[in-house]
Design a protein around this ligand. Structure first.
Ligand code: MIC
Ligand code: SF4
Length: 639
């Protein structure tokens, strides 16, 4: 039978398949520092001497402000761990994990698991690249398969080519406009059609990167001549192979996009799916423009920005800051003179890192309008709760920087044509190889790096206080905020847990501690956004035993299970019946996990039964009963 590309890679990597899940062999892993310290503490706890993947890379790109000793201590720890356990280490300054991985390591037809939700960026090169929590990545490094719910494959058929000033970012914004941040849950988006060949690899990667905002398991493009040329220009011709769907492959669903019909779009505050044409937003004063992040910081993006800025000055009311995605991009801009145009126009040059995308600096002024080429504009993520962040293409962003107003870039006249070079500047000197024999490498641990908190086996009955009642689309930024103050605490769960839900309820952590066992109540798509397992681990540390929601985002649901928190699906009636501060009892939990009986939940205030269920797979059953994945792994491998 003719297969889709996603199906082919799944089949060639499937270790086990059943009706619900497929367990995949993972060829490559990546971590970044903000999730990496925990992932490597977990890897150490598993107790394996060397990674068992083909390739594992540890990047430092999130926490690079070093406003205290914590970040630098984490960097040292990560570097030592990498040397010891057989992992390549990309030093701070080398760039954003997804951009560097695409340039230097990603390979068509292989699987990649990364402890970052934008790992699907590598889908732009034809890889099956999936984001996951750190513990899942740690187990993949230990050679264990990674399980995904059996996905539906959506074929996105691209027709024609993009018009002038319209770019890949507008394509994914168009999909978000049509499908929303919930539209991709349980699905893989596979791109096909004549329009594919008109897009370069970095453009494809922009689209697969932001497929994460659809809630998709991943997104993938075929690997073709364009991919071969990109890999050859990166000096990696040998990593190329052709990969595509079989002729006549049938998708579970198809979406058609006429590239020629797309216009410049922007996601308005505070959700990536709140999309409008830029022309309808035009005229609003803009305070800040930020260009960078793993979505739009490639050489092509920044060459375009430089070409538009050449000989011009930014508007006096706008602060323009630019963070190139990698050291390769920055040094090529420096070598070919484009950087001079960017500086000449008045832009502020930031480090090649995530930076303001994760609230590490550049918080805009009170009530500001900030136009960013990033992928997330959740409320407060910029560091300024009153600011409104618009997500747009580099073309639109640079137009706004020049005029000081939201501007459709088509008003700028002729669009400069940008071609990718036949050869990229290759210098991997900031990528440190692992030691041939790691046994003698000592791992340095700073005082902020604390051992992992653990949970005992799952209880059979629980009485829980409803600590918060929330709406749809709660993000992991809501649950466990990031930013310059909180991010340095990622290696210290006790310290970071004080900030759980702090943007919504500053007293949450102390309330949770005082209340004893607790739970959270929410509606659809609970836990959308990042892969940070801290959004499960820190609540677990505060005594949260269950989340009751109408539905869950994929990565966060797995993280809850990995740390022994019950993901309970509730009916609309049960959601409506329960209120904050009320108490709920759960009985027969272990039988419900085993699928032998339904979960019994009672509203202790009213004495009524609550309609809820616990749909878990066989693998998840064992993990939950043991109180989490680490306990489960230890019980299977011993120790
Ligand atoms: C993000 O974009 O939210 C992050 C920061 O990259 C996260 C990872 C993290 O919280 O460390 C992600 O996307 O997974
Ligand atoms: Fe970094 Fe932002 Fe990309 Fe997350 S979305 S990896 S914070 S650049």
């Amino acid at each position: 039978m003719a297969k889709t590309l996603a199906q082919k890679i799944i089949d060639s990597h499937a270790v086990e398949k059943n009706d619900r899940e497929c367990a995949l062999r993972i060829d490559q892993t990546l971590t970044q520092d903000a999730t990496g310290t925990m992932a490597y503490l977990e890897f150490e706890a598993i107790g394996i001497e060397r990674v068992r993947t083909e390739l594992s890379v540890s990047y430092v790109d999130h926490n690079t402000l070093q406003s205290g000793f914590e970040n630098a201590d984490d960097h040292r720890f990560l570097q030592d761990v990498a040397r010891k356990y057989g992992i390549w280490f990309s030093r701070p300054g080398n760039g954003i994990c997804h951009q560097v991985h695409l340039e230097r390591f990603a390979a068509p037809g292989k699987t990649l698991l990364g402890s970052d939700s934008h790992t699907p960026t590598a889908g732009g090169i034809g890889m099956l690249a999936i984001g996951a929590g750190g513990l899942d990545v740690a187990s993949a490094m230990a050679g264990m398969p990674f399980s995904i719910p059996r996905p539906e494959v959506v074929g996105v058929i691209l027709k024609n080519r993009l018009g002038e000033w319209v770019s890949a970012k507008d394509v994914i914004l168009e999909l978000l406009r049509r499908l929303t941040v919930k539209g991709g849950v349980g699905r893989i988006f596979e791109y096909a059609g004549d329009g594919v060949k008109t897009l370069s690899v970095p453009e494809r990667a922009t689209i697969t990167n932001m497929g994460a905002e659809l809630g998709a398991t991943t997104s993938i493009f075929p690997s073709d001549g364009v991919t071969r040329a990109f890999l050859a220009a990166q000096g990696r011709r040998e990593s190329w192979k052709a990969c595509a769907a079989d002729k006549g492959a049938v998708y579970d669903e198809t979406v058609e996009i006429d590239l020629a019909a797309i216009e410049p779009l922007a996601a308005c505050p505070h959700s990536p799916d709140n999309v409008s044409p830029v022309r309808e937003l035009a005229g609003r004063p803009v305070d800040q423009v930020l260009i960078g992040s793993c979505t739009n910081s490639s050489l092509k993006d920044l060459m375009l920005v430089a070409a538009v800025l050449e000989g011009r000055k930014i508007h006096p009311d706008v602060s323009l800051a630019i963070a190139p995605g990698s050291r390769q991009v920055l040094s090529m801009l420096a070598q070919n003179g484009a950087l001079a145009h960017i500086i000449g126009a008045g832009a502020r040059i930031l480090e090649t890192a995530c930076g303001p995308c994760i609230g590490m600096g550049q918080a805009p002024r009170t009530g500001a309008v900030s136009v960013r080429t990033f992928n997330r504009n959740f409320h407060g993520r910029s560091g300024t709760a009153s600011a409104g962040v618009f997500l747009a293409s580099p073309e639109t962003a640079v137009a706004c920087a020049l005029t000081g107003r939201v501007t459709d870039p088509r008003e700028l006249g002729k669009c400069p044509a940008i071609r990718l070079p036949g050869k990229f500047a290759i210098d991997d000197s900031l990528i440190i190889p692992p030691a041939a024999d790691g046994s003698r490498v000592e791992v340095t641990r700073g005082p902020n790096i604390k051992p992992l908190p653990r949970r005992g086996p799952m209880e059979d009955s629980l009485e829980l206080t409803v600590l918060l009642k929330l709406e749809d689309n709660v993000t992991t930024d809501d649950i466990m905020p990031a930013g310059a103050k909180i991010l340095p605490l990622r290696s210290n769960i006790d310290a970071i847990s004080r900030y759980v839900f702090s943007g919504i309820d500053p007293d949450f952590a102390s309330r949770a501690r005082d209340a004893g066992p607790g739970c959270i109540l929410a509606r659809d798509n609970y836990g959308q956004g990042s892969s940070r397992e801290h959004a499960a681990l820190a609540p677990m540390h505060l005594g949260i035993k269950a989340v009751f929601a109408r539905s869950f985002a994929r990565i966060h649901r797995s993280n809850l299970i990995n740390f022994g928190i019950l993901p309970v699906t509730v009916s609309a009636e049960a959601y409506a019946a329960l209120g904050k501060g009320e108490r709920v009892s759960l009985t027969g939990i272990r039988a419900a996990i085993d699928g032998k009986a339904g979960l019994k939940a009672q509203d202790l205030e009213k004495g009524t039964d609550l309609d809820c269920s616990l749909g878990v797979s066989d693998r998840e059953r064992e993990i939950l009963k043991q109180g989490g994945l680490l306990n489960f792994i230890k019980s299977t491998v011993g120790g």
